[in-house]
Design a protein around this ligand. Sequence first.
Ligand code: ADP
Ligand code: ADP
Length: 228
Amino acid sequence: MQLNVKNLKVSYGNIKALHGLDFSIDAGEIVTIIGANGAGKSTTLRAISRMVPSESGSVIEFEGKDVLSYTTDKVVTRLGISHVPEGRRIFGNLTVTENLTLACFARKDTEQIETDKKWVFDLFPRLEERKNQISGTLSGGEQQMLAVGRGYLSGRKIMILDEPSMGLAPLLMLEMFDALKEINRHGTTILLVEQNARLALKFAQRGYVIEHGKLVLEGPADKLLDDP
Ligand code: ADP
Ligand code: ADP
């Protein structure tokens, strides 16, 4: 078990967003959490990356380490957990290459960084073609690819992705999911949340369904796809 989440509870003021989630992910898996808008998908990812605090009694372990004792920055740099939130967090006034370079700021493995950057360009040829372009002038889909590339370079043990398909044209969506599959084959565990359940279940091996802050169903993706 690489990631182990037990009794995860999160509130925003008086709003209880998560009511005690239990789930776990093995190294190398592709897992999705699906559910309606407002069910608690984004909050689950924010809790793992420590962008929101979890209530006492919550347990999040990654490779046996207590994630809740790490700060947001250290979750990425020490544990290798990268969070690609919704909304393409990139530096819009910097070039594509500069964005990728900055994502490596905490790393010291200089040679490996160069190899990894080249690999990201192999994954996303669109980014390589535009490597000196100011990122804010890329299309929405290309910005999303850049955000994923940045995530990969910053933390490569597990990537947690919030609606990576959001707003992508069908062709770009295929490219995005192909790239994520390739990232996974290269050794990175993937957890993604999606409102588009059908799409997510075609991509993932296993899925959880969340409703009103509670997990209500779990199973192999093909079984969940068959479930009416
Ligand atoms: P999902 O990602 O499944 O759409 P969220 O995790 O965003 O769901 O939201 C779960 C619940 O928490 C919803 O009721 C939502 O309105 C609430 N919520 C999310 N973010 C905030 C926030 N920053 N402040 C207050 N309430 C929030
Ligand atoms: P998601 O469903 O992925 O959380 P939303 O579009 O619902 O995305 O939320 C966008 C932003 O608004 C997020 O930063 C979220 O934290 C915040 N937000 C969501 N619901 C609420 C809420 N009820 N009150 C305050 N902020 C919220």
